[in-house]
Design a protein around this ligand. Structure first.
Ligand code: HSE
Length: 428
């Protein structure tokens, strides 16, 4: 008879409890599908006494996740604690060192320490699987590593932070200010303990870095992600974008360009009628483009107990079936250290600025744009009460560097108040 596959779980928050529930409820189904009995032997969390609504009595308890990771009676260390370093990393390293496979939902740890951990796993003949770290329940790592294995990936796009998408769509649909929508998300418990992880784009940036590594065969490089959060987006931007047929999304994009690997996580305009433009609320969407397959769109819940636990179980089931491949889809030693490229690929941009409403003001701005090599495609000036008029310009495709030269020139004049807002318009 096949030996059971024995698990140890560290971290019993929402996801850990979700995994336990599925393991308790579906033990026979999982055995039928994988050919192995999957048993949870030991658990670890910060507090043993806390009532989590699941029965913990049948499992060995460890206070220290590192001790759990080294136990002789586990085959897979399931890391659900979170945090890029500290106990999560120490326990993952200990598990690999002790010859265990690792399944984790930890995007920060994998985005920052993924290459070193992948090398360690391979030295030990072990695997690390992290489906739950990117876009919750959406099987995007599996799609890249398996379903699209015969493609060269040409581009990845994604809305991968549900909280930001919730805030932006509430600003759009309920006409809330950024602050009001943020507070609503807070009341609903959507925000991370440090909200900057969400609204600053960091959480989504970690996910993008992981996807880029798997898609382009590069060493994961979170430091190479250009990051911009949603904090400067106003209701005026949302309305103006809508007026011109766009929606604003915190969008991750990555592609291998001439200058190197482009990885951006920033607010962008996408066509309102595109699948990304129509994505409402806390849902995630990842768009993958391959040279043979063309474009595929994956959509689903990016967070929450059930969806994230579903992804963790997918990884556990693969290991139970004996289905193993390198951590980032190809051997760690073959992953390229790509040169990070800062948005060299030209794109149209949306520019919003406050323009002094007096003769010659617009001519000055137009001259600055022209001198920087930026061509105007569409332009609107809205009615206003004060001395400064809200002006919107959509440019023709331009490299970001040219736009930055124009913005510096505009900011230095006496006709533009404050710093213009510039958002890339992404073709999807
Ligand atoms: N805070 C994330 C989100 C989920 O809002 O999508 C965890 O990555």
């Amino acid at each position: 008879m096949t030996e059971p596959l024995r698990l140890g779980i560290a971290g019993l928050g929402t996801v850990g409890v979700g995994v336990m529930r599925i393991l308790q409820k579906e033990v026979d189904l999982l055995e039928a599908r994988t050919g192995r009995r999957i048993v949870l032997n030991a658990i670890s969390a910060r507090s043993r006494a806390k009532d989590r609504g699941v029965d913990l009595s049948g499992y060995e308890w460890e206070d220290d996740p590192v001790t759990l990771a080294r136990r002789d009676d586990i085959d897979i260390f399931v890391e659900l604690m979170g945090g890029s370093d500290g106990p999560a990393k120490a326990a993952t390293e200990a598990a690999l060192d002790a010859g265990k496979d690792v399944v984790t939902a930890n995007k920060a740890m994998m985005a920052i320490n993924g290459q070193a951990l992948a090398e360690q796993a391979e030295r030990m003949g072990r695997v690390i699987r992290f489906e739950a770290a990117v876009a919750g329940g959406i099987p995007v790592i599996k799609s890249l590593c398996e379903g699209l294995a015969g493609n060269r990936i040409t581009r990845i796009l994604g809305v991968m932070n549900g909280t930001c998408n919730y805030i932006l769509t509430r600003m759009q649909s309920a006409k809330l200010t950024y602050e009001e929508a943020f507070e609503e998300a807070n009341q609903l418990g959507f925000l991370e303990a440090d909200p900057q992880l969400d609204v600053g784009g960091i959480d989504a940036g970690h996910k993008l870095a992981l996807l880029a590594s798997v898609a382009f065969g590069t060493q994961v490089d979170f430091a190479g992600v250009e990051l911009e959060g949603i904090g400067r987006i106003t209701i005026e931007d949302i309305n103006a974008a809508a007026d011109m047929g766009f929606r604003i999304k915190l969008l991750g994009t990555s592609q291998m360009a001439e200058g190197g690997l482009e990885q951006r996580m920033a607010p962008c305009l996408v066509p309102a009628t595109s699948p990304l433009g129509q994505l409402e609320g806390g849902t995630n969407m990842v768009v993958l483009e391959g040279d043979s397959v063309g474009q595929i769109v994956l959509r689903g819940a990016g967070a929450g107990e059930g969806p994230t636990a579903s992804a963790v179980l997918s990884d556990i089931c693969d290991i139970a079936r004996g289905f193993r491949y390198p951590v980032f889809g190809q051997p760690a030693g073959s992953l390229i250290a790509a040169t990070p490229s800062q948005s060299n690929t030209a794109a149209p941009f949306y520019l919003r600025f406050a323009l002094q409403d007096r003769p010659g003001a617009l001519a000055k701005v137009a001259a600055i744009l022209g001198e920087a090599g930026v061509s105007i495609h569409r332009m609107r000036q809205y009615d206003h009460d004060g001395v400064a008029a809200p002006v919107l310009i959509v440019t023709h495709a331009t490299p970001r560097a040219a736009l930055d030269r124009a913005i510096a020139g505009m900011t230095a004049t006496d006709v533009v108040d404050g710093e213009p807002v510039a958002l890339r318009i992404e073709a999807v």
